[in-house]
Design a protein around this ligand. Sequence first.
Ligand code: GDP
Ligand code: IMO
Ligand code: MG
Length: 422
Amino acid sequence: MKVDILLGLQWGDEGKGKVVDVLTPRYDVVARFQGGPNAGHTLEFEGQKYVLRSIPSGIFQGDKVNIIGNGVVLDPALFKAEAEALEASGHNLKERLHISKKAHLILPTHRILDAAYEAAKGDAKVGTTGKGIGPTYTDKISRNGVRVGDILHDFDKKYAAAKARHEQILESLNYEYDLTELEKAWFEGIEYLKQFRFVDSEHEINGLLSEGKSVLCEGAQGTMLDIDFGSYPFVTSSNTVCAGACTGLGIAPNKIGEVYGIFKAYCTRVGAGPFPTELFDKTGDQICTLGHEFGSVTGRKRRCGWIDLVALKYAIMVDGVTKLIMMKSDVLDSFETIKACVAYKVNGEEIDYFPFDIEGVEPVYVELPGWQTDMTKMQSEDEFPEEFNAYLSFLEEQLGVPVKIVSVGPDREQTIERYTEE
Ligand code: GDP
Ligand code: IMO
Ligand code: MG
């Protein structure tokens, strides 16, 4: 069997959580491969809303196995809060949620370092989620990290060594902090974590694949936030692209099956960094209001703009996307016209490829008629308005990949699969 991968193609928050939940019944296993509690994946069903940060979005569908892979960074305190909330709402996790021994731990001092580095950057700050993501991946790459598997081996010594190093850095930055509360919650988290199954997830996943089991990998963030291919340095610290699933789970490239690329019918971004199609006018405010564009983790207002097909084409290329999923179509239901960026203007010259630096590029738009129809109760593609079909055809022609799923609202049920010929 092969693994299918679902990835955000924009700057995150495309609706990955919702679609992973919808697709889970078709798989035996769901696995996260990168990122950590910087993610906020929202799911809505049966009148309930859940936001997941570190736990895969396959956790609500039956008895599927969910795996937190080696590429993920895990904060035990936040994990405990998330898992306990799920257990309190009647979802039993202990048997079904497996955690890689090779996943790195986010230490309390990583969170402090995240804040200290941001403060030191002043106006150039990234606008991180403050969850210690960058410092944890930095320690992983510089071979100073502490891993989940270390909890069972010489843990106190490893923790103390990492903490002492961090304290030295914080002192050199003259950063004031108080660890007491954070550390207390963190060690409670470590004790809680011990009740879960720590696994060699690369062995587990490859073993399951050879038994004929199917696996869906759930990306966090989005391609434009990838450490290599995103709008560096305004990115996260992991590989959010398709290849991240190989390194973050121990899956060989020739085991990859479908790559689902997910995008919003428009575009959003949280935090700092270039965003060519950002709108600063009434239309931007309208998208923000209609789409409830506020961060699910930080509550920050998301910046909104039109869809950027130059960036999307780039993401499709680096990810090898085979099927597209368009989210939040309903947010544009009332618009008379809709714009799509098809090229950038750089120093007066028009380009249709994603350049080294997108700072200051000007979007070149095509304007299409809106469908001005409430799509939120639609059940099948046969009900799509003509203008909506024209918008989809335009996107497919520009992007060269079929749009297989259209989402018309936040609920699990508001998902329409398209069966049109490829
Ligand atoms: P993720 O990080 O990619 O999982 O996305 P988030 O959960 O951070 O943000 C997506 C937001 O849009 C959530 O509040 C979802 O409930 C909501 N959502 C998902 N799909 C749709 C949709 O088709 N229409 C509308 N209106 N909201 C949606
Ligand atoms: P999901 O999985 C949107 C952004 C932050 C910041 C940058 C770096 O819900 O789509 P970090 O804390 O990772 O060091 O922050 O990345 N960011 C996200 N934006 N959705 C996310 O996750 C994000 N995770 C990180 O806002 O600009
Ligand atoms: Mg999110």
